[in-house]
Design a protein around this ligand. Structure first.
Ligand code: SF4
Length: 476
């Protein structure tokens, strides 16, 4: 497959490329745009005009430089083996293939896409969505031969996006609902995904019927379909094997898969805990479950939440502490669909441990929250800081308050110890982020000026810090 006729290069080496605001020609989707989407639909052969690429609205070259623009990407595919169950997985490849383009950055998925195009690639000639379409067409057909026909439509007209957006959300919801009837105990096989290893080399998702993929884009059914048609691809089956602990969701087969897929960096995972050998988090998670130590509870915050959450930290700051393919007890990437699961963080107390979440998430999953809790878990409309949160939880008899008693304190201590024990097994403990810069001066001997070391935005990890007082003799 050749891309030589295209204005920029295309290849795996460009995955992970970051495009800073100052270098971007345009931003498409992203947090400043409310409605955006990418959607892959399985169609009948007669419904797809192979190779057709359409732009509805202004093309790339007509978008304001440095501006923020809406975008919808609709990819329709057909082939004898193409079925609806594959849509989610095929759609996830948009992330990968877009990132293969030199000077293009793609983050997230579904209704949450965030794309930047660099000035450099734009100036080289990447000034039309038709080029994007050509890249998708070639990669989809060469990497996934089951796709026999493909047509691609880019929407940049906000009215057209609004029309298509509702249909896209409906389709995502239908896919998510499909896996809801199935229980993890009823299947012998889970599915793994390593699509995000190019960004987080020790990350591997385990997709079960009751623990949806972190990105919220791949269900157990999607995993099954993908592993069947592309057994050598990034989605694969995992035999559960012997049960180590059913309540925690720890299985020998899953642990073995982690050992192999992370080359030994991660060896044990409990699927339903944010603290005890937690599932790894790449960077694509839809939301984060985060510890709020002051109330011994868990907060939830999603990617689109604007402003600081109840602990004063925005999603982006906590995402930095959560991502990277690590197991960070208390900072755990999750999907919105997993919040609808009866197994949602059951090891940690499930919904009884959740003490705060944004109203936008609550509205989406309200019917799936336990009856006795849904109205006593506050949102940003009820509390704005930890002091208010504490009072609210007490006033509403939230079950987490029980944990503040003596018995609760004992349980907490046990859990803290577990967290401490778990920490050394992670690939890297949560680094300490040094915003801005830190400077230290190292004096040289003999009266010469020495030198300075400047750490800019450093992340520092130390197993132990020892501070020693130097006695006068030693100083001499
Ligand atoms: S978040 Fe998980 S399931 Fe989703 S693409 Fe990445 S590795 Fe695959």
């Amino acid at each position: 497959m050749s891309f030589e006729d295209l204005p920029m290069e295309v290849g795996v080496i460009y995955e992970g490329e970051r495009i800073r605001k100052g270098d971007m020609q345009v931003e498409l989707g992203g947090p400043k745009i409310e409605k955006k989407f990418e959607l892959v639909l399985a169609k009948k052969a007669a419904e797809v005009e192979d190779g057709k690429i359409t732009v509805v609205g202004p093309d790339l070259k007509d978008l304001d430089e440095g501006g923020y623009h809406p975008l919808g990407i609709l990819i329709e595919v057909a082939g004898k083996e193409v079925e609806e169950d594959l849509e989610g997985v095929l759609e996830r490849h948009v992330h990968e293939y877009t990132n293969f383009m030199e000077g293009v950055m793609h983050l997230n998925q579904r209704y949450d896409i965030w794309i930047r195009i660099s000035k450099k690639s734009f100036q080289k000639g990447l000034n039309s969505f038709k080029v994007f379409g050509q890249v998708y067409e070639r990669l989809y057909k060469s990497e996934l031969p089951i796709i026999e026909k493909i047509q691609i439509t880019f929407f940049t007209d906000p009215d057209k996006i609004a029309e298509q957006f509702d249909a896209a959300i409906k389709r995502y919801d239908e896919r998510d609902a499909r896996a809801r009837g199935l229980k993890d105990e009823e299947v012998d096989v889970f599915y793994g995904c390593t699509l995000c290893q190019s960004f987080a080399p020790t990350h591997c998702c385990t997709i079960t019927a009751q623990r949806y993929a972190n990105c919220g884009a791949i269900s157990w059914f999607d995993g099954r379909a993908a592993a069947r048609v592309d057994p050598k691809g990034p989605l694969f089956s995992i035999e559960k094997g012997d049960v180590i602990d059913e309540f925690k969701g720890e299985y020998k087969g899953v642990n073995q898969a982690y050992k192999e897929k992370t080359l030994g960096a991660v060896t044990e995972v409990c699927l339903y805990s944010a603290f005890d050998k937690p599932h790894t988090s790449c960077g694509c998670f839809e939301a984060i479950a985060f510890i709020i130590p002051e109330v011994d509870g868990l907060g939830l915050v999603h990617r689109d939440y604007k402003g600081p959450s109840v602990n004063g930290l925005p999603f982006s700051t906590m995402a930095d502490s959560t991502a990277g393919g690590r197991q960070i007890p208390g900072f755990h990437g999750v999907s919105i669909e997993y919040m609808r699961s009866p197994k949602f963080l059951q090891v940690d107390g499930g919904w009884e441990r959740v003490v705060w979440l944004p109203k936008a998430i609550k509205d989406r999953i309200y019917d799936f929250m336990p009856d006795n809790l849904r109205d006593i878990i506050p949102t940003e409309n009820d509390v704005s800081d930890i002091d208010e949160l504490k009072r609210y939880l007490q006033d509403h008899n939230h079950p987490v308050v029980e944990r503040w008693t003596e018995t609760g304190a004992a349980a907490r201590l046990e859990e803290e110890e577990r967290v401490e024990e778990a920490a050394p097994t992670t690939q890297a403990s949560q680094p300490f982020m040094m915003p801005g810069q830190m400077m230290t001066t190292v004096p040289a001997a003999g009266g010469s000026p020495g030198f300075q070391i400047i750490f800019k935005n450093a992340k520092i990890y130390a197993e132990k810090v020892i501070i020693k007082r130097l006695d006068e003799k030693a100083k001499k």
